[in-house]
Design a protein around this ligand. Structure first.
Ligand code: SAH
Ligand code: SF4
Ligand code: F3S
Length: 451
């Protein structure tokens, strides 16, 4: 940083915070809240690490690659730290929770380590850390980590937002670190969620995605007793000005009758559902501790499609889970062919320290076989995604416009099915929902014109 800009900072009196976010949407939500939290300590967000007085990485531990990325990113800050000895470097998120002190041992540049349930302690940790003093907190306290933010002044924001309603997971799928990094399932009380939603709407939000590692297991305290996710969605739907509701990520075993019904009769609940199945082989599903069969998943999707025929489905898949045979993999391919996904994510199995699958030491699928299977699965999923997108051409869809496009007069928004849609517009504002006729489909987006 030049002296001139350092002087500017001094004049403005604001310290600069650079946050880089990895992993799932919950980390995106948490990062936003951490920026607000550190706002109270005199920080404002900047977009480059070179300008920062504090760098905070909000990390993901889900696969080995995700976790290793953090160390290479930290290594890049070496020169910056030499240049600016007061620079504070923090690691938050799931790597912080999983590795704790080990992070500081491996990378002594790090001043602060904070686990996902301790973000409300950031101001104290930040004040303590730096110039050789390390601060660490990876507890799982009882209190709601962002509850105190209620009192802060709120800025205007864009038309879409995430809202965490549930955190943690009790499912213990054999491959997954989440129950260890995020802890046991905790649902936020319904009134706090409704208050936060109303507040978001007042600030310009029209589309809210409810978040949870296991969001459809939501069971929060509400008026008259415990509310499930369906009840919460129906109450949120009564909020004037909130036009669209989505939720992610769900487990098939928690798709209860009233939630399926809501997909049919709650107009604000969007026709899009991310419902990971991981594998189409019953043998592998059992080894993964998913506690359902491929057939049960297929029947579930049938019930959803019965109430909402146009629902777009998305999923997650793991290939190369220990013991997976060619036949098991073929079962996954058949399931994908039978379901037809609008989009999906697929990963090669990555053994994670501390998880049952990694500890059991079952025979690993050879890497080149797993890679080849992943390629075949991704080719099929990509083809389905393209076909689904192309099926939109000629149709009229409702688009919520989110921002200006690359070209003059163009705006970009999302369809109800979560497709990105570009359109040439003249009298459309950010946050408007308009009917758009789709005229063409590109790799990752659609183009249309306002009807
Ligand atoms: N809570 C979500 C998933 C969170 S992790 C759910 O239950 O659906 C997101 C995805 O990462 C998982 O659905 C799974 O497909 C993948 N994943 C998790 N652990 C993995 C591992 N050890 N190796 C490869 N992929 C993994
Ligand atoms: Fe992980 Fe399974 Fe919980 Fe999802 S349901 S977060 S995959 S343990
Ligand atoms: Fe990653 Fe933690 Fe989310 S491991 S996927 S950041 S819950």
């Amino acid at each position: 940083m030049s002296n001139a800009s350092q002087d500017d900072n001094a004049v403005k009196g604001k310290k600069k915070l650079y946050v880089k976010t990895y992993g799932c949407q919950m980390n995106v939500y948490d990062s936003e809240r951490m920026v607000e939290t550190l706002g109270g300590s005199g920080y404002e967000e900047v977009s480059t690490p070179e300008d920062a007085d504090m760098i905070l990485l909000n990390t993901c531990h889900i696969r080995e690659k995700a976790a290793e990325k953090i160390y290479s990113e930290l290594g890049r800050y070496k020169d910056l730290k030499v240049e600016k000895p007061d620079l504070k470097i923090g690691v938050a998120g799931c790597v912080a929770q999983a590795e704790g002190e080990e992070i500081i041992r491996r990378q002594p540049l790090v001043d602060l380590v904070v686990g996902p349930q301790s973000y409300h302690k950031l101001p104290q940790l930040e004040a303590k850390a730096g110039r050789g003093v390390k601060a660490l907190d990876t507890d799982f306290p009882e209190e709601d980590k962002f509850e105190y933010l209620k009192a802060r002044p709120k800025a205007k924001r864009g038309p879409t937002a995430f809202l965490t309603v549930q955190e943690g997971c009790d499912k213990f799928c054999a491959f997954c670190v989440v129950p260890y990094t995020r802890g046991a399932e905790v649902s936020r009380p319904a009134d706090r969620i409704l208050t936060e939603a109303r507040d978001l709407v007042e600030r310009g939000v029209r589309d809210i995605t409810l978040l949870g590692q296991n969001v459809n297991a939501y069971h929060g305290a509400g008026q008259g007793g415990v509310w499930g996710l369906a009840k919460l969605i129906r109450e949120l739907a009564k909020v004037d000005g909130l036009e669209r509701i989505r939720f992610t990520t769900s487990h098939p075993n928690d798709m209860e009758d009233d939630l399926i019904a809501a997909h049919g009769d709650c107009e604000k609940l969007m026709p899009y559902l991310h419902l990971p199945v991981q594998s189409g082989s019953d043998r592998i599903l059992k080894a993964m501790n998913r506690k359902h069969t491929a057939e049960q998943y297929i029947r579930l999707i049938e019930r959803l499609r019965a109430v909402r025929p146009d629902i777009a489905l998305s999923g997650d898949f793991i290939v190369g889970f220990p013991g997976e045979t060619e036949q098991d993999f073929e079962d996954t391919m058949s399931l994908v062919r039978e379901i037809t996904y609008g989009s999906a994510y697929s990963f090669k199995y990555s053994p994670r320290p501390g998880t049952p699958a990694a500890e059991k030491g079952d025979r690993m699928v050879e890497d080149h076989i797993a890679s080849e299977r992943l390629q075949r699965l991704q080719a099929l999923l990509t083809q389905q995604q393209r076909e689904f997108q192309e099926s939109m051409v000629g149709r009229e869809v409702k688009v919520l416009f989110e921002k200006k496009g690359k070209y003059e007069g163009q705006m970009v928004g999302k369809s109800e099915y979560l497709h990105a849609v570009h359109a040439d517009v003249s009298d459309v504002n950010i946050g408007d929902i308009r009917t758009v006729k789709i005229i063409s489909s590109a790799t990752n987006s659609l183009r249309g014109e306002i009807v």
